[in-house]
Design a protein around this ligand. Structure first.
Ligand code: ASP
Length: 414
């Protein structure tokens, strides 16, 4: 069944690309089929995040276990994010995709202008909300995660009196995972709709030639972003996985393929979250107590691909505008790119908007974003897949570090 689903998804993607070559812009009309799949995934995210986090934490049994796992998770997220940004910065500084482009900054794109004033304080404030129900309704996952984390942690300190609520969340979590299995039956058709619909739309905007012209105008920049994402995804993260867990990175990646391909088609880590959780736990056998905690958190704050992309994009903009960045400014790019990746929501093209923080930190004109706007939707798909891959590797690494004798078997929790 699993293999058949994976093959069906791969066939769906191949057919989607083939259909755009044959029917070009007309394929935009099938997007609604993908939208149906996308909505079905999104429909389960809010209860899934809450149930999975609370049940993961209460199953850990002791709030000290949570502390240990929490520290390891944050260390993994922090180190891999910095590694990704550093890699992107070195690549873009060496390969110089923006050199000699000789462009003049135009207007500030509207999407970016509306976020002109977001800053560091907003990222921190984003962790809590005025009203948790409102956050749920608006799918702001970060406050929901913080709330679930605290709720789960508190329940573990309540002994018997915490049991009913913990049991409720455990049962809710199991039910949500069963719904994920049902939704995944739609995946091949949904992914076909998403890919054919979105690429069809891009072609519809001016024909195949205009589409290629748009890509080749910033082709070298795209190459550098993709090269960085490739090195991080196929070399750095697999090495970390192998070195810390002795798992075979290829078979781990194979188990994650449904999630990685869903990330590519939806361009949203949040929408992919149900599939990521399923693939990590059921395909790759990672301890669900750890995965239930690491994966929802990772889908919102751990974005290796976005961090790398922001560094490359900002330095590319500086190069194209003929602005030299000092070493200190480069360092500032590294730090702020990591921060704005944490601040980016797991939704399509969120990274483009939080890039404002990086641009402002080194005094670059926000209008520079204009240059990379046309291809952002495409690069978004690749970076989202790397974001999800980073979360998946993180779950395995943290589970290994917190596993064995250090973590009591699942049935012993209170
Ligand atoms: N779309 C990305 C994600 O959901 C965020 C980004 O725009 O970089 O992971």
């Amino acid at each position: 069944m699993k293999n058949r689903l994976l093959i069906a998804i791969i066939v769906a993607i191949v057919l989607a690309f083939a259909s755009v070559f044959v029917f070009e812009g007309q394929m935009a009309s099938v997007f609604w089929v993908g939208e149906f799949f996308l909505r079905s995934l999104k429909m389960i995210i809010v209860p899934l995040v809450m149930f999975s986090m609370v049940s993961g934490i209460t199953a850990l049994g002791d709030v000290r276990n949570l502390g240990r796992i929490g520290v390891r998770t944050l260390a993994f997220f922090g180190l891999t994010t910095l590694a990704a940004v550093a890699l992107g910065t070195v690549l873009v500084a060496v390969l110089q995709p923006g050199a000699g482009l000789d462009v003049i900054a135009g207007a500030v794109p509207e999407r970016v202008a509306s976020k002109e004033s977001i800053g560091f304080a907003d990222i921190i404030l984003g962790f809590v909300s005025n009203n948790i129900i409102e956050s749920m309704a608006e799918m702001q996952l970060l406050p929901l995660i913080v709330f679930s984390l605290v709720l789960g942690g508190v329940l573990t300190t309540m002994g018997e009196r915490g049991r009913p609520m913990a049991a409720f969340c455990e049962s809710g979590n199991e039910a949500m995972m069963k719904i994920v299995h049902l939704v995944m039956l739609l995946a091949p058709v949904g992914i076909f709709g998403l890919v054919a619909g979105r690429f069809g739309k891009a072609v519809a905007e001016g024909g195949m030639d205009a589409f290629w012209a748009q890509l080749s105008a910033v082709g070298y920049y795209m190459f550098v972003v993709l090269l960085g994402l490739g090195i991080h995804g196929f070399i750095v993260l697999p090495l970390v996985l192998w070195a810390t867990t002795r798992r075979n990175p290829l078979s781990y990646m194979r188990g994650m393929l449904p999630a990685l391909l869903t990330a590519f088609s939806t361009a949203s880590s949040s929408a992919t979250l149900p599939v990521t959780l399923e693939s990590v736990e059921e395909e790759n056998g990672v301890d669900s107590r750890v995965a239930n905690f690491v994966i929802p958190l990772g889908a919102t704050v751990n974005m290796n691909g976005t961090a790398l992309y922001e560094a490359v994009a900002v330095i590319f903009i500086a190069q194209a505008l003929g602005i030299d960045l000092s070493f200190g400014q480069m360092l500032l790019v590294v730090i702020t790119a990591a921060l704005s990746a944490i601040g980016a929501a797991g939704i399509p093209e969120a990274g483009l908007v939080t890039m404002v923080i990086v641009l402002r930190a080194v005094d670059l004109p926000l209008a520079g974003v204009e240059m990379i706007l046309a291809v952002d939707w495409l690069l978004d798909r690749f970076r989202t897949s790397i974001n999800v891959w980073g979360d998946a590797v993180g779950a395995a690494v943290v589970a290994e570090a917190g596993g064995g004798a250090k973590l009591a078997p699942a049935h012993e929790h209170a």
